[in-house]
Design a protein around this ligand. Structure first.
Ligand code: 9PG
Length: 454
């Protein structure tokens, strides 16, 4: 431990690799070469949608809460904040940490890189009161139906997944009138409570996606209560800017509490809460008090999955967290990665790489590497990449898919069935290689670490 306040730790490793850890779920985490330039975005989105602005600008290797430099033989020197609002930078001589005001001490450790990061996560879990929990096997509507999800699709899915070992059926973005106006739209004519009832009657935990801390510029919410929001757009999505709530504002807090209470009263006991970083643009402390309010209203039994969420401040409130960007039915997205240099956009390679680089968080929170694909319909992913993503889900211990049962060929359905019931026995062989139910799986070739391993 190092005492609270600015921290400096010298290291003897020179121009080694630096572990860069992005601010929220979709932000890049990887081992970068200190002798090369740090990852910077060519275009900074409003509110830096993909990461904290400080992590995307300037010519320093740095990231949020934790950083590390690599020593010999797979060892690393790790400097990690035990508070919720810190940043770490590194160069060829030292690691430096700075917190915006949290009076917590720092974790410092040297040893096997993954083991040391896990020790840091355990300490975070102890201090922030980890509520890590296995969500069970999840069917999620997003990665096939996107905003086209309807009540009829949910019914078809319930009929089609009969006999598959799912525990949760989660409706994603598309059920609501508008981002910020969380009333049911015409695609769910029976209403959200009735749909939750049918999911539960079929034997699954009903799950629902909400973005409780944001409202779109088009929403009635934003038009009627502009004073409840932080100044400036939090980002652009859904065809325009969206804004984040000021969680120090009492009426904004009441609104968020009512929203969560409504979803729980409808019968949803698994909530995927998304675009959470928008409320943290006003600081990590208001964010933390906002999510604590959500937990208080939801109660301890409701599974809370964080998405688009600042990583460390979400530990102790959320049971699970997305730890990488969105997967997609393609491997790489050259326009966004090579040209814009933004690895937070949907792409299976970016998702596998960043989620793999954050597996150490498992000791503090369940890690969601996003869904696996089994379908070949409307899918450009080569079989090997489909398999790699499935294996990452097994390694992470979070198994989900968005494949519509009606799109699956018989052999694809059999692969999904086997995935859902696999023992999932995992042994780490080194940073990139794992033994998963007796097979050796190598994430090295997919990794965005530099230089490319192997
Ligand atoms: C619903 C989706 C799904 C998905 C979430 C989130 O603009 N962006 O950078 C951006 C990143 C991720 C994203 C949407 C936009 O997806 O991760 O699982 O729930 O929202 O809209």
């Amino acid at each position: 431990m190092l005492p609270a306040g600015p921290a400096r730790v010298s290291h003897p490793f020179g121009a080694t690799r630096y572990y860069r850890h992005g601010w929220h779920s979709w932000s890049l985490a990887h081992w970068a070469d200190l002798s090369g330039p740090p990852h910077v975005a060519a275009i900074l989105q409003p509110g830096a949608q993909g990461d904290a602005a400080a992590n995307l600008a300037g010519n320093v290797h740095g990231g949020s809460w934790v950083g590390a430099v690599e020593g010999p033989e797979g060892n690393a020197l790790v400097l990690g904040a035990l508070g919720i609002d810190a940043r770490v930078t590194g160069d060829e001589r030292e690691l430096r940490g700075r917190s915006a005001g949290d009076p917590s001490p720092w974790f410092v450790g040297y040893g096997n890189a993954e083991d040391t990061l896990e020790a840091y996560a355990r300490e975070l879990g102890r201090r922030l009161g980890s509520v890590a929990r296995d969500p069970g096997r999840v069917w999620c509507s997003w990665y096939s139906h996107y905003t086209g999800v309807t009540e009829a699709i949910v019914d078809e899915t319930l009929a089609g997944i009969d006999g598959l070992a799912f525990d949760v059926v989660q409706i994603d973005d598309g059920w609501q009138v508008e981002i910020g106006d969380w009333q049911v739209n015409d695609d769910f004519p029976s209403g959200m409570a009735a749909v939750a009832g049918r999911i539960a009657a079929a034997g699954y935990r009903p799950g629902l996606w909400l973005a409780p801390f944001v409202a779109h510029e088009r929403s009635q919410m934003y038009a009627e209560h502009p004073g409840w929001f932080l100044p400036g757009a939090a980002g652009e999505n859904w065809g325009g800017p969206y804004y984040g709530f000021d969680m120090t504002h009492p009426e904004a807090r009441d609104h968020v509490a009512t929203l969560i209470r409504t979803a729980v009263d409808w019968g949803y006991t698994y909530l995927k809460l998304d675009f959470l970083f928008a409320a943290a643009l006003g600081g990590e402390q208001p964010y933390r008090s906002g999510i604590e309010l959500i937990r208080e209203v939801a109660g301890d039994e409701v599974y809370l999955l964080a998405c688009g969420s600042p990583i460390v401040p979400s530990i102790g409130v959320f049971n699970g967290m997305r730890v990488g960007p969105d997967v997609a039915p393609w491997w790489e997205d050259d326009a966004n990665t090579r040209l814009v240099r933004d690895y937070s956009y949907p792409s299976t390679r970016s998702a596998v790489s960043t989620s793999h680089a954050r597996l150490w968080l498992r000791s503090a929170i369940a890690v969601d590497p996003d869904v696996a694909y089994f379908r070949t319909r409307y899918n450009l992913l080569a079989p090997g990449y489909r398999r790699l993503l499935q294996d990452l889900c097994l390694v992470a211990g979070f198994r989900a898919t968005s494949d519509p049962p009606g799109w699956l060929l018989p052999e694809e359905r059999a692969e999904l069935a086997a995935f859902l019931t696999a023992p999932g026995e995992v042994e780490r062989l080194d940073r990139y290689r794992f033994r998963v139910d007796g097979r050796v799986v190598d994430f090295g070739p997919a990794s965005l670490d530099h230089p490319a391993p192997g």
